[in-house]
Design a protein. Sequence first.
Length: 318
Amino acid sequence: MARKRKKKGSTFKRYLIGYALLFVGMAGVMFWIWGNILTHQQKKQLATNLKTVVKTIRTRADSLLAEALNRLNVFRNRDAADSIDSDQFYTYGGFPARTTYPNSITILNNDGFVVGYDETRKNPAWVSYRLFHVENPKRYPRPSNFNIDIRTQSKVNSNWYTRSGFDRGHLAPNYGISICYGPEAQKQTFLMSNICPQEPKLNRGLWKSLEMKTIDQYTREFGNIWITTGPIYDNKREYLKSKLEIPEGFFKILVDERRGKARAMAIIVNESPSGSSSLRQCLVSIGKGESASGLDFLRDLDDNLESNLERSRLNKLW
């Protein structure tokens, strides 16, 4: 006589019921232990451990969500950004070249700006962008989150700055980029590959003042402005979490053309500016900016033009 085959569905159902009963039984045992065996101090410690586990899971989930949003939203125009000759469009005189700068630099193209990224220091080594005057510009809401740049190996997380005493300082400015290139480009300025540690006094003071002056005044008066900016380091190394190095200061080089002739203005600001510091006091020559940063600027220009621009130091702001 042929034997009846057992239905797969009934077997799976029995396993499911078995696991459910096992889970209920384990939960019952845990509640009994909680109510009858554990002391008040042990309950308190267990609750603390559970909170730590939940916090760790949430942090990891936030990172994964940031990466997902990064993929879905920020890089919608990736092909467009990569198709632009950023060496010519966003920079004046070509990408900065390493002279005494110690680490390799990776080029990251974005909508509205280009980043030379240092994986060792986990900071941009330099950022270049071009701003121009826009009549009746639209104002876009400031993005609320900073995002991990999944193109980098270091994958710096915004949480590394939390309670550090440092601001997340933009190198390509959120406001100026949004005016010239729109909301998608603005979102990309919130990638952590565009961010350096800046003391609040600098980020919200001199740095912001120069950013606003450039987009609101200089572009209106002079048209196109090419900007290259980045951090400066000394031998005294200080770090945030995960060996993210804190700069000693920052350089910014602005170039425009008047009547077909290039002119330039260079500034170096300290990470901790004094209360009496002004932008005029921070004016330097491009040559000094090169020595301080370990980078060579304007290298694609005619040698005589490059030399003249790098030697000159302005006595007042444009």
